[in-house]
Design a protein around this ligand. Structure first.
Ligand code: GDR
Length: 323
């Protein structure tokens, strides 16, 4: 019998890579999708898996639709990856972000508790919960201090997952994932904004790249590596929380420099600092310490930042040259 998995956010970067991984493992994959007027299936198309997923229409903000999705998919595993995931937008849409990224998690957990209590649950927690840094390297015991409505909402999602695990003995785990990128990353996130601009500048379609705080430091890994950690968490006897990161940190400036060098350009000739991209409160530095994931899951990041950026620049050069 094939295992069933339900993925919320299946059309997002992580949803697409996870769906591919689970399909390769022989799972029947169901995806919760909200109706949108724009095309959201491009990632699934790029991975060639659109036809292999059973879509269920619904929205994390709508508890009834989440219940229906859980009943319909009778899942062995539920991966809650759906979210308003852009930190910058969370100041413009703080309530929507709170409903979807916070209460939405309770909707999924309640649906599991009532209709499918044997299902294993994965919550997409985030390094944004650490925010204002309390420790040089962040691990599962580092105190949280979120710095955006997104981080605050995700912290609720994290704790409600812990609470349902302790209250109702659900197999509910949280992956505290640090930044993870890929050619499927949305254009609003800084790595993809940079690699897309590098391709356009190289091909003569753009001159400059406007960025905000390029001194921010992030621990960037490859999303394709990180979805394996999600799956591994749900294969453990005990549910738990894990930091998933590379253990290396770099500035946005260094990441930019790598991307421009890839096509023989110097970022200083093209990058313009634009205060419009500064955030009301910033997370200055993130650096994960993924020792527990390594020890208990046997997981570690395989892709370096240089390899990741090279992969993304290559993909954007191909895309932009076809336009
Ligand atoms: P982040 O990712 O907020 O860390 O959250 P993002 O790529 O948006 O920002 C990273 C850092 O770059 C700085 N920055 C800019 N960011 C954007 N988007 N655009 C710019 O022009 C720009 N200039 C500088 C930002 O200020 C920030 O410091 C991501 C998301 O995927 C979350 O959903 C996820 O939870 C975390 O990573 C882990």
């Amino acid at each position: 019998m094939n295992k069933h998995a339900l993925i919320t956010g299946v059309t997002g970067q992580d949803g697409a890579y996870l769906a591919k991984l689970l399909l390769e493992k022989g799972y029947r994959v169901y995806g919760l999708v909200a109706r949108r007027s724009s095309d959201t299936n491009w990632r699934l198309r790029e991975l060639g898996i659109t036809g292999d997923i059973e879509f269920i229409e619904g929205d994390l903000a709508d508890a009834c639709s989440v219940q229906r999705a859980v009943i319909k998919s009778s899942p062995d595993e539920v991966y809650n990856l759906g979210a308003q995931s852009f930190v910058g937008s969370s100041w413009d849409q703080p309530v929507t972000t709170g409903i979807v990224d916070g209460l939405g998690v309770t909707h999924v957990l309640e649906a599991i508790r009532q209709f499918s209590p044997e299902s294993r649950f994965y919550q997409a927690s985030t390094s944004e919960m650490f925010g204002l840094i309390q420790a040089e390297r962040q691990d599962e015991s580092t105190p949280f201090y979120p710095r955006s409505p997104y981080g605050v909402a995700k912290l609720y999602g994290h704790w409600i997952t812990v609470n349902y695990r302790e209250s109702f003995k659900l197999h509910a785990s949280s992956g505290i994932l640090f930044n993870h990128e890929s050619p499927l990353r949305g254009i609003e996130f800084v790595t993809r904004k940079v690699t897309d601009a590098v391709a356009r500048i190289k091909l003569g379609k753009q001159k400059e790249l406007r960025l905000g705080n390029i001194d921010a430091k992030r621990d960037w890994g490859f999303a394709g590596d990180y979805v394996e950690a999600m799956w591994l968490m749900l294969q453990q006897d005990q549910a738990d929380d894990y930091v998933v990161a590379t253990g290396q940190t770099s500035t946005v400036r260094d990441m930019c420099s790598l991307a421009f060098e890839q096509v023989g350009l110097n970022y200083q000739d093209h990058v313009v600092i634009d205060p419009r991209y500064f955030r009301p409160a910033e997370v200055d530095v993130l650096l994960g310490h993924p020792a527990k994931a390594q020890r208990k899951l046997g997981w570690s990041a395989k892709t370096s930042l240089a390899e990741l950026i090279a992969m993304m620049v290559e993909a954007d050069l191909r895309r932009v040259s076809k336009e």
